[in-house]
Design a protein around this ligand. Structure first.
Ligand SMILES: Cc1cc2nc3c(=O)[nH]c(=O)nc-3n(C[C@H](O)[C@H](O)[C@H](O)COP(=O)(O)OP(=O)(O)OC[C@H]3O[C@@H](n4cnc5c(N)ncnc54)[C@H](O)[C@@H]3O)c2cc1C
Length: 238
């Protein structure tokens, strides 16, 4: 429209929305084209735009140090200067950062996996039952071996995806594989850590319990595991 646009809509579940002053908003600017050239990106000043507002503050299962909430836009006027890039190029701009985002969340998940391995290993070395360290029970030692293997496999998939991105090569399926594997491995590893800690792994305030809750979202945000499998299967099938 002349001089700017009017935004109407709502987006839920946005990291840092409760504390953000600015929002990157992807909006439909041409309904006849939608994602094929009909979506544009805006930088919106939430505090200085009448009709734009922070919606609420969620209470999450895990990762409770970061804040998540939503934005609501009701006929919110944004001037032409709020448009980022050319009109109609917003969807393409988002696609460009998706692969990096998947690697970032995969790396986050693998950090949780590593922490789970470390806390389980430390506990297994120190906890004694039936006259010996629980690390000396083969069942526990093999659990630690599986955890280390999951962690290392995810790390190598993540490095492979990052290398392809750095070299400017097609990294689409590789980044999805890395995110899929690392996030699901972090759920496996945090569950194993709780098991190695026994009853103490289930107690609030113990690291393994927090890691178990923190890992759970990693197969959901930045593209669910199901979405990653769609991307990978398309690359396989063609
Ligand atoms: C804590 C948290 C933080 C978040 N942070 C952000 C953020 O910063 N920015 C942001 O934009 N979003 C963010 N999100 C949103 C997040 O990316 C979405 O919740 C996620 O992509 C899943 O979308 P949905 O919740 O609408 O689930 P739905 O799309 O309703 O999916 C429900 C289930 O159906 C499956 N499903 C859906 N479609 C298909 C399909 N085509 N084929 C097969 N299975 C399918 C899904 O995989 C899932 O298992 C966040 C969410 C949470 C909980």
């Amino acid at each position: 429209m002349d001089g700017g646009w009017r935004l109407t809509g709502e987006k839920i579940y946005i990291h840092n929305a409760p504390v953000a002053h600015f929002a990157l908003v992807l909006a439909v600017t041409d309904k006849s084209k939608r994602k094929r050239g009909g979506m544009s990106m805006f930088l919106v000043d939430i505090d200085d735009t009448p009709g734009a507002a922070r919606a609420y503050h969620e209470h999450k299962m895990g990762q409770r140090a970061s804040q998540v909430g939503g934005f609501v836009f009701e006929d919110a006027f944004v001037p032409g200067s709020a448009l980022l890039g050319e009109e109609g190029t917003g969807f393409g701009a988002v696609l460009q950062v998706l692969e990096k985002g998947r690697l970032g969340i995969g790396a986050l998940a693998n950090g949780i996996s590593r922490a789970a391995l470390d806390t389980a290993t430390e506990h297994a070395r120190n906890r004694r039952q039936f006259g010996q360290r629980i690390a000396d029970f083969q069942a526990i030692a093999f659990t630690l071996a599986d955890m280390a293997t999951d962690y290392e496999a995810a790390r190598q998939l993540l490095e492979h995806g990052a290398r392809l991105l750095d070299e400017g090569r097609d990294a689409n399926a590789a980044c999805s594989m890395a995110k899929l594997f690392a996030s699901e491995a972090s759920i496996r590893n945090t569950s194993r850590a709780v098991q190695v800690l026994g009853g103490s792994g289930y107690i609030r305030g113990v690291e393994a319990e927090r890691l178990y809750r923190d890992a759970r979202i990693t197969t959901i945000y930045e593209g669910t595991s199901e979405v990653q499998r769609i991307i990978i299967s398309r690359a396989v099938i063609g």
